[in-house]
Design a protein around this ligand. Structure first.
Ligand code: NAP
Length: 309
């Protein structure tokens, strides 16, 4: 059985450190989350961020806008927030409605306050392997988890499945910056099994349950499952994997998205039960990269505070 790379343990360690540092600051660290529309998944993710922020002593303000908001109105709101000294960090919860130009909206955030690390300024710094920027939270969480569990990345073969702007591409670049040899796979990749079996570290960020089966892996590998998928029905062994009110990131006490049935389960992209019998180490879903993403966002927020004061 593989070693479980538990993101909750690492998140809690990060939370204790952040809380202690934040309690010594001369003013409050404040994160503003802008949400457009009312997606239940986004509501749950935002609730997690608010809970974590409260736990470590940060202010988290949630600004919710009608899904019909115009691009100009949203950009105007971002420029107001950019100019407010008490606002340390700003994020726009994705996805946003398609009538809005995501790139233009994200680029309207002051890069110093871009704690999601998604503005073109911060992505360019990642591209150039410069440390002045902020790493996107999920990517940072993956690297921190590897570091905590002493998984070396230098000279390792890393295969990233998924090439999204949010996860796949920045994660591939970050591993490259850590001296890994990186392969990126996507829908058009010809022989996915051959590619994934070649990895020392396999990162999967696709959004398809059971995409990675026992045939995609081999002994000795580290598997990092970023995927979050809500499926219906009981777990094959009989238990329901998420407790009522628990969300993929693993925080308790969250309201369950209204549209999901009571026997919903959260699964990743990897067939955990079978893959974990083969590989050396694996992240669970929930409780792996989800909690790491939230903690990493707040590490970026504290860093933003230090850079702005
Ligand atoms: P996305 O934007 O939809 O990108 C999915 C990627 O997967 C695309 O690059 C796509 O390839 C690739 N893909 C789709 N089918 C494939 C296949 N059969 N074989 C190989 N590649 C395939 O999704 P995302 O935003 O990156 O998110 C991915 C997953 O991570 C989702 O489940 C999301 O919920 C989860 N997520 C989790 C966290 C966390 O904190 N744990 C954070 C963010 C996202 P093409 O480019 O060719 O279309």
């Amino acid at each position: 059985m593989a070693k479980i790379l538990d993101g909750k343990i690492v998140r809690d360690k990060i939370a204790r450190k952040l809380k202690s540092e934040i309690s010594r600051l001369r003013s409050k660290c404040k994160l503003v989350i802008l949400q457009v529309g009312d997606l239940s998944e986004s509501n749950a993710y935002i609730r997690q961020k608010i809970l974590f922020g409260q736990k470590i002593g940060c202010l988290v303000e949630h600004q919710k806008f009608d899904e019909k908001i115009s691009q100009a109105e949203l950009i105007s709101q971002l420029s107001i927030l950019n100019s407010q000294f008490d606002v340390t960090g700003i994020i726009v919860q994705l996805p946003i409605p398609i009538h809005l130009d995501k790139d233009a909206i994200i680029d309207a955030i002051d890069p110093k306050k871009d704690v999601d690390g998604l503005t073109s300024t911060n992505l360019k710094l990642l591209w150039e392997n410069k440390s002045e920027g902020y790493l996107p939270a999920t990517t940072k969480g993956i690297l921190t988890l590897c570091d905590f569990y002493k998984i070396p990345t230098g000279a390792k073969k890393v295969v990233v499945v998924g090439r999204s702007f949010l996860v796949g591409k920045p994660t591939a670049l970050a591993f490259l910056n850590h001296d890994a040899t990186v392969t990126v796979c996507h829908k058009e990749t010809r022989n996915l099994k051959a590619e994934t079996r070649n990895a020392d570290i396999l990162v999967v960020a696709v959004g398809k349950p059971n995409l990675i089966t026992k045939d995609h892996v081999k002994p000795g590998q580290v598997v990092i499952d970023v995927g979050i998928n809500v499926v219906n029905g009981q777990h094959p062994r009989g238990e329901i994997k998420t407790k009522p009110g628990e969300h993929p990131g693993g925080e308790k006490g969250l309201s369950k998205p209204e549209t999901e049935p009571s026997n919903r389960r959260i699964v990743g992209d990897v067939d955990f039960d079978n893959v974990s019998k083969i590989v050396q180490a694996i992240t669970p879903v929930p409780g792996g990269i989800g909690p790491m993403t939230v903690a990493s966002l707040f590490e970026n927020l504290l860093e933003a505070y230090k850079r702005q004061t």
